[in-house]
Design a protein. Structure first.
Length: 268
């Protein structure tokens, strides 16, 4: 595996903790890891004691630094983070809205990877979009692949601006799927199902469909959809509504465009 010899994780909240768990599960030597978290959860303190990684030790330069704090904390935290960087340290930032320029202006790093994971990372089923600065070497990019891949798949984009689109599609995407469950349950209840039954049906349908996608990588979503759809049947009647000119594709287009536009505003 392409792992750095020394690694600093700054921020051990939900996403930071998920990354840490992924690295340990992948076999990364805990002695290579230093975690910096001013208010560590009891689970992180116990994990540090059990596994042997450093927690809130004196800052020292690391080969790779993963920044997983809240974006609004960057300005105040930057001076304290400077000692973590050597001349060739790799910075991996998962801070939403913080561009390469934002990061380079505040931290002494040239090799920077800007990444956008999503919440299924908590169960190792996330997907992360990433973009690397020109100063990032192939070895450092491979290190970033390993570190980000600890919580799921990694996809690289060719321009930093596309990170805003990644944010709109996969970063925010889990919320769209959860809302689909809500909307489907509400529709079932409106047609007469008990609320709790409608929710169970909707939730299990989305869970099962997602797993079918996961277990059928060679089959496109279009084919899976067509496999459920009998001409002139009930599914076709529903899809005639969803696939109308003002249907789901149009709504999703407007929704993701709004998210991408907001991501750009936050970056700027």
């Amino acid at each position: 595996m392409t792992a750095p010899q020394s690694l600093a994780l700054v921020g051990a909240g939900k996403m930071g903790a998920a990354l840490l768990g992924g690295w340990l599960a992948a076999g990364l030597d805990p002695r290579r890891i230093a975690v910096y978290e001013p208010h560590p959860a009891e689970a992180i303190e116990k994990l540090a004691a059990d596994k042997g990684f450093a927690l809130n030790a004196t800052p020292a330069p690391a080969e790779a630094v993963v920044l997983a704090i809240k974006p609004q904390m960057l300005e105040s935290a930057a001076p304290e983070l400077a000692p973590l960087f050597g001349a060739d340290s790799l910075l991996i930032s998962i801070l939403a809205g913080k561009t390469l320029a934002n990061l380079a202006a505040r931290l002494p790093a040239r090799a920077i990877v800007r990444a956008m994971p999503n919440t299924p990372a908590a169960i190792g089923r996330g997907i992360t979009g990433a973009f690397a600065s020109e100063a990032t070497s192939q070895t450092q990019r491979a290190q970033a692949d390993f570190l980000l891949g600890g919580v799921g798949a990694v996809e690289w984009v060719d321009s930093e601006g596309l990170i805003d689109v990644v944010t709109a599609v996969s970063g925010s995407g889990p919320a769209y799927v959860f809302y689909l469950v809500e909307a489907l349950a509400q529709a079932g209840a409106a047609l007469g199902l008990p609320d709790d039954l409608a929710l169970r049906l909707a939730r299990a349908t989305v869970e099962g469909s997602g797993e079918l996608l996961h277990l059928s990588p060679e089959i496109s979503a279009e084919i899976l959809r067509k496999n459920v759809t009998s001409p002139g049947g009930t599914t076709q009647a529903a899809l005639d509504v969803l696939m109308a000119a003002d249907g789901l594709a149009a709504v999703m287009g407007r929704a993701t465009a709004a998210a991408a536009r907001r991501a750009g505003e936050l970056s700027g």
